[in-house]
Design a binder for this molecule. Structure first.
Ligand code: M6R
Length: 632
């Protein structure tokens, strides 16, 4: 939440900051601002600042005010926590010569505000962030260096935060610090960057340093120095990023979300291929992609240790938020069903506060696209404290969650820009299926023939997903037809229940309509009261046969009897379901029915997308949301 960019070098900084912020706008778009240092004719520097509520493009109207050569600037795009999204609360914030941008929350802000007010400080915003600038200013006025002032001020505050600070009396130097909120440093030739995330600097450099919690850095155009919060210098161990730049362009699609939906066959291939030994019909657990971790003082577990942890697990705790939690619910069912290990999937925000019973022999499995979600990160720390092995399924390399875990299984979905998660979700589901099968194989709860069936089906998954996406015109047609309904009820059972939740979440977040995901069996325990012609009921039952399918169909009959409008996601030959539905979308078959939810959700993503387009909402940047939820 909130995007930060800073630059020191020789090039005009304002454009670089603006472009960087554009790459980070997914992190928040309530307001934006840039501060740059301007050199006066007498050789001194002054801070010029532009800020505007709303999206980044609103800043363009103010561009003339910072249209001077400056090679030292910082910028910010905001997701509001303290104080409404107006001009005064937009970052950067100034305290005399000090200017700061902030991502996070100062939890003890009230105390600090009172203390500063008692000393006669007056404030120009309602934000907690501004206070940090005043703390730094006070330290500077008592004669400390900028680095020391930031270090001492940071020790005063509580909560997860990242700050970037400049001082107009120290042109060409930026000091940054973080704990809990991400910051990366981009190391260039005669120029250096700081940002909340790698895409902001990727056009200028691929040489990245991931700042650790409680680390500070001092950047000039020629040098970057890293320090711990107790003042000791640390080595600058950078990594080379190999992400393709075209991944962060729309490539002709109207929205990132649509592009990312259509990227899923490729994302699934890139995620799954390292795990599948198609010639032997076995899962490969020693694949290079299996486990990686880069924390300098940490160690990645070898695959034997990972296998042992899973095989000997007394319980698996799957923990995540939002869409990733829906993938977790799917994974829970598969792990229990295939590997026969008690497994519990739950929301990180609940897990961390309910004092869960955890044993060192339990295993944690957290799921996160960004690797930065505050609640999920806190859940990892809680599980680690109880001596458990904790593994991550994550999309963003070297982000905070993987670095806290014992090993990470990466989804190779590529950069996901759309705030509504799509390709990260299906790759998480696919990887959870791999984990469940691999555990089952090692624990001896599935035989070689079953393992082969799964390996083959997962091998076909990308191709079948492509085939499913070819029906996008049909999905668009039904989405248009039903885009103005009063409400949307997604019904599924078993492995289709998590995607009923996900289908509803997608629709809520991008189309701003009331939608709910329900277990079909729960219908008559309450939600059936809402059924009437203006309520669209979406029935997720593409298995075409089996006990649960029969049960779902009879639940759907109950909807029919009450004149609900019915859109089914079904097998091509399921004439029984088609007969009682107003409309239907076919889901192509695949070797194991447990993978059908992954194929079905593709159509649910498209449905949400086309309903949102029809309703004219902001698909890629839905109101009030941000992609990385780095605050509680
Ligand atoms: O980065 P994470 O996967 O940890 O994020 C979790 C949720 O914030 C995220 O899935 C959110 O629900 C998305 N907006 C859903 O589309």
């Amino acid at each position: 939440m909130c995007g930060i960019v800073g630059y020191v070098g020789k090039r005009p900084a304002q454009d670089l900051i603006y472009k960087g912020l554009a790459r980070l706008e997914y992190r928040g778009y309530d307001s934006a601002g840039i501060a740059a240092l301007e050199k006066l004719s007498n050789g001194s520097f002054v801070t010029r600042m532009i800020k505007a509520p709303g999206k980044l493009k609103e800043l363009r109207a103010l561009w003339g005010q910072i249209d001077f050569p400056s090679s030292h600037a910082i910028g910010h795009t905001r997701w509001a926590t303290h104080g409404e999204a107006n001009q005064a609360n937009a970052h950067p914030h100034r305290a005399g010569p000090i200017t700061i941008v902030h991502n996070g929350i100062i939890e003890n802000h009230q105390l600090i505000r009172e203390e500063l007010a008692a000393k006669g400080v007056s404030f120009s915003s309602d934000t907690d962030s501004e206070l940090f600038g005043h703390l730094v200013r006070a330290e500077r006025e008592s004669g400390k260096t900028l680095l020391e002032s930031v270090r001492l001020s940071f020790r005063r505050i509580q909560g997860a935060s990242a700050f970037v600070v400049m001082d107009e009396r120290l042109p060409g130097t930026i000091v940054v610090v973080r704990n809990g909120s991400p910051l990366v440093l981009g190391i260039g030739e005669g120029e250096n960057f700081v940002a909340s995330d790698v895409p902001a600097v990727l056009e200028s450099t691929r040489n990245i340093y991931y700042l650790e919690d409680n680390e500070l850095a001092e950047l000039t155009s020629e040098q970057v120095r890293i320090y711990s919060l107790d003042g000791h210098e640390r080595p600058l161990n950078t990594v080379e990023i190999d992400w393709a730049l075209d991944a962060i362009d729309k490539q002709g699609y109207e929205h990132y979300m649509l592009k990312e939906i259509f990227e899923q066959p490729r994302a699934l291939t890139d995620t799954l291929s390292a795990w599948l030994d198609l010639s032997q019909g076995r899962f490969r657990l020693d694949a290079a992609a299996v486990a990686r971790k880069s924390k300098s003082d940490g160690r990645t577990l070898g695959h034997q240790e990972i296998v042992r942890a899973f095989c000997e697990a007394t319980m698996v705790h799957v923990v995540a938020c939002g869409t990733a939690a829906h993938a977790g619910y799917y994974g829970q069912q598969l792990i229990e069903k295939l590997a026969r290990v008690p497994t519990r999937a739950e929301l990180a925000s609940e897990f961390r506060y309910r004092d869960p019973m955890l044993r060192p022999t339990d295993v944690g499995l957290v799921v996160s696209q960004s690797g930065e979600t505050a609640d999920t990160l806190a859940a990892v720390k809680l599980m680690k404290q109880s001596g458990m092995r904790v593994f991550a399924i994550c999309n963003v390399r070297d982000s905070s969650i993987p670095r806290e875990c014992d090993a990470v299984f990466y989804t190779n979905a590529g950069i996901e820009v759309g705030v509504a998660s799509t390709k990260a979700f299906t790759t998480q589901m696919a990887l959870l299926a791999v984990v469940a099968c691999a555990m089952a194989s090692h624990r001896g709860t599935i035989d070689a023939a079953t393992e082969k069936l799964w390996v083959e089906a997962l091998g076909h998954l990308p191709e079948v997903a492509r085939h499913s996406l070819e029906q996008s015109a049909d999905v668009e047609a039904v989405a248009k037809k039903y885009s103005k309904k009063k409400g949307y009820l997604f019904l599924g059972r078993g492995l289709f229940f998590p995607i009923a939740l996900e289908g509803a979440l997608k629709l809520k977040e991008i189309a701003y309509v009331h939608a709910e995901g329900y277990s079909a069996g729960e219908l008559k325990h309450g939600p059936i009261a809402m059924v009437e012609p203006e309520m669209l009921v979406l029935a997720l039952a593409p298995e075409g046969r089996g006990l649960l399918h029969a049960k779902t169909v009879s639940n759907i009959e109950e909807v029919r009897a009450r004149k609900g409008t019915l859109l089914s996601f079904c097998a091509a030959d399921d004439n029984q379901l088609k007969k009682i539905s107003d409309s239907w979308i076919e889901v192509p078959p695949i070797g194991v029915t447990e993978l059908l939810p992954i194929l079905t959700v593709l159509s649910l993503q498209l449905f949400a997308y086309y309903v949102a387009v029809e309703r004219g909402t902001e698909v890629d940047q839905p109101r009030n949301l941000a992609k990385s939820v780095t605050v509680e």
